[in-house]
Design a binder for this molecule. Structure first.
Ligand SMILES: NC(=O)C1=CN([C@@H]2O[C@H](COP(=O)(O)OP(=O)(O)OC[C@H]3O[C@@H](n4cnc5c(N)ncnc54)[C@H](O)[C@@H]3O)[C@@H](O)[C@H]2O)C=CC1
Ligand SMILES: O=C(CO)COP(=O)(O)O
Length: 320
């Protein structure tokens, strides 16, 4: 245990970022001997009803745009300046849509605490000419820090209302996984630790594609048997893809909250499912529907589907 208190910074303040700030904020207050009790939360600044979102969060203790109706603990301090937010932080929690990760890491390069460790709650992968990359690898390579991940059947609004759920922390370094568990675990949010970063992360990213499929069959009014088939086949395919691209992925990981449980919850309750259903019913594009239906929140499944398809096409493996 380091002699200095750990300081936590949350990088992101959307729907999930705000919900998790409630849990971390409370846990920091309860473990004040080990942690600096202020939770700094980086906010991508925007105006809401003529006021800055960061000011609204600090004055009203509520993210009125991304998590309306839920009070956040007073020790959650919104900060729009990214470098000020991470200053001195030893535990970095990344929770932004995956399309913004590279830009954020670029700004943070060389600017973080030498003892910092990170965890990613981001469900997505990156595909470029050099192939498939995990978001945790992007963070690790840019910032030279150990990166764990946290993924699970975790619809943010339900957790904000303190309804029971489980989650999975994937780590390489057990003591870092345990350090992060201390800030996340609570009676209604139970964290299990597995030593399989790639397995946990790929489950989180790929289940969003299955959820798009579930939404499409809902839109087509195909019935519950068809939806169950999409979920089963989708789950098998995501497992096959994960094992094909990352040799060390463990079979047991697929039966943790990050695996089968997240596929189920997202196929019934998530934003990807909802927008995919609307796409079939209205014929509008995903981009248009995201703007019309989600009030600034972002979809991840349509991007992930495109990225995974690119990889499979490039390797001639679309029919495998
Ligand atoms: N919402 C949920 O129920 C869950 C979400 N996740 C994952 O967490 C990650 C973050 O999602 P949410 O917190 O739900 O976000 P969100 O979808 O609610 O909100 C979008 C966020 O992106 C920010 N943003 C917009 N433009 C930006 C830019 N150029 N640079 C940086 N940030 C920008 C917005 O300010 C806002 O905070 C995603 O990968 C998602 O899949 C994981 C579990 C549950
Ligand atoms: O990841 C999630 C639940 O675990 C949220 O899924 P959506 O982004 O589809 O809402």
């Amino acid at each position: 245990m380091p002699s200095q208190k750990e300081r936590v910074c949350l990088i992101g303040s959307g729907n999930w970022g705000s919900a998790i700030s409630k849990i971390i904020g409370r846990n920091l207050s309860q473990h004040s001997s080990q942690f600096d009790t202020d939770l700094r939360m980086w906010v991508f600044e925007e105006e809401v009803n003529g006021k800055k979102l960061s000011h609204i969060i600090n004055d009203q203790h509520e993210n009125v745009k991304y998590l309306p109706g839920i009070k956040l603990p007073e020790n959650v301090k919104a900060e729009p300046d990214l470098l000020k937010a991470v200053d001195g932080a030893t535990l970095l929690v990344f929770v932004i849509p995956h399309q913004f990760v590279k830009g954020i890491c670029e700004q943070l390069k060389g600017r973080i605490h030498p003892n910092a460790r990170a965890i990613s709650l981001i469900k997505g992968v990156d595909v470029s000419n050099s192939g498939l990359k995990l978001v945790s690898s992007i963070i690790q390579e840019s910032l030279q820090v150990d990166v764990s991940v946290l993924m699970g059947a975790n619809i943010a609004s339900e957790i904000a209302e303190e309804q029971f759920s489980e989650t999975t922390i994937g780590c390489k370094n057990r003591s870092n996984g345990e350090a992060f568990k201390q800030i996340f675990n609570t009676h209604y949010f139970r964290c299990a630790i597995v030593e399989d970063v790639a397995g946990v992360e790929l489950c989180g990213a790929l289940k969003n594609i299955v959820a798009i499929g579930a939404g499409l069959v809902d839109g087509l009014r195909c019935g519950e048997n068809t939806k169950a088939a999409i979920i089963r086949i989708g789950f098998m395919e995501l497992r096959k893809f994960a094992k094909m691209y990352y040799g060390g992925v463990k079979d047991e990981t697929f039966f943790e909250s990050c695996g089968i449980a997240d596929v189920i919850t997202t196929c019934f309750g998530g934003r990807n499912r909802k927008v995919a259903e609307a796409h079939v019913r209205t014929g509008k594009t995903f981009d248009v529907l995201e703007k019309e239906m989600l009030n600034g929140q972002k979809l991840q499944g349509n991007l992930a589907a495109r990225e995974v398809n690119m990889i499979l096409k490039a390797k001639g493996e679309t029919d495998k």
